[in-house]
Ligand binder design. Sequence first.
Ligand code: CTP
Length: 422
Amino acid sequence: MSVKNLKKELEKVVTENTIKVLYLCSEAAEKLSLRLFLIGGAVRDIITGKDNFDTDITVQGNAIEFAHLLEQNYPNICKIKEIHESFGTVKVVFALSNEEIELDIASTRKESYPYPGSLPKVDEIGCDLYYDVKRRDFSINSMALSLNKENFGVLTDYLGGYDDIQQKKIRVLHEKSFVDDPTRIIRALKFRVRFGYELEENTKNLQENCLESGMFDNFCGERIKSELKQTFNLNKADAMEIFIRENIYRLADKDIKISEILSKSCESTILKYFEYINPDFIWLIYLGVLLSDFSKEKIAHITQKLYLSGMETNILMEAKTLLEKTDCGLTNFEVYEFFEGFMPKSILICLIKKPELKEKVDLYLKELKNIKIHTTGETLINLGLKPGPAFGEILRKLLKARINGEIFSEEEEKEFLKKILR
Ligand code: CTP
């Protein structure tokens, strides 16, 4: 096997300060004669030329001891931020003149899964690098890049990750990978869609068998949520199509029966109304559409299993309420009242299911939602009225007239107000 040195590729995708920090780590590792590597997704991204990745480092030995050594060696610039004893991982921050660089440093570790779908159990810390990469999800994420002085940038690729990147293949590292950790099925989907890769044949069969067995029907959990979020936030119709076609939805709920056809309209609707959505919430629109045929009780049950926050759950529930509403009305004010108080994300879920509402959604989001009246409670008090329930009624009448185009200017509003008060 030829030796690959990726130092140049590394220098292309990280900042000068990050390189400086990696060299500082390299010097410290020499003192303890530790082998030190960049690992996992970071190495994959260096090979594919993608920047802005997490700087994950692995020490063949004890990462926590190594982090203490870094602090001692560089007391003015290096600080330990977090320590996780049981996993042998640590986060350190280097404060350079104009930038803070965060490093996640892990000890090499062997892991096992006590039962299918459990969290991994750490069996050994400080093992040989081979066992650390062997426990991982896919070959493309199983490579290590040396940070030691004598061979800085040399790639260790025990499991064929480099070739799989060239061939655009996602390959698991052993037959039980998906059974140990079914979230990897969604991770594979994420990488397929993000990079345009395909599942290698055996991996495809293993995924199929795992899903068909039904052992993870309705698996859910926080890790599934996190992977769904990363996958659907890519806003690619492909992700939802594959999610449905290959039965991956069974991990969230086995009864999902939404048509694949909606995938394209999810993607295009989100692109079209992008200004109304925080990109971090895109996945909720996909999830809302996927669950939209269920009852509110069932949606609540699934959102609980997925550990959705109160706000995230609300978005899906509101979308369901909106979908259950029937008559949107014809006048501007009826349209306003139909959508009033609903978040744009819920409105878009509804729109994807009911495209016939398009004109009204446009009217509401682009115009009606932004209409404000000049009159306030204070205006009415200044006119000598006593605060009470009538205030709400008066302001609502003004808003209605304004939205229906009966009044436009502040002057017209004043006249209209006088008329009401008379
Ligand atoms: N990993 C794994 N099994 C999982 C999750 C993660 O084996 N279920 C391993 C992979 O080797 C992965 C590494 O842990 O590369 C770091 O995980 P994470 O940060 O979630 O993923 P990245 O590969 O860095 O991908 P992304 O670019 O999406 O952050």
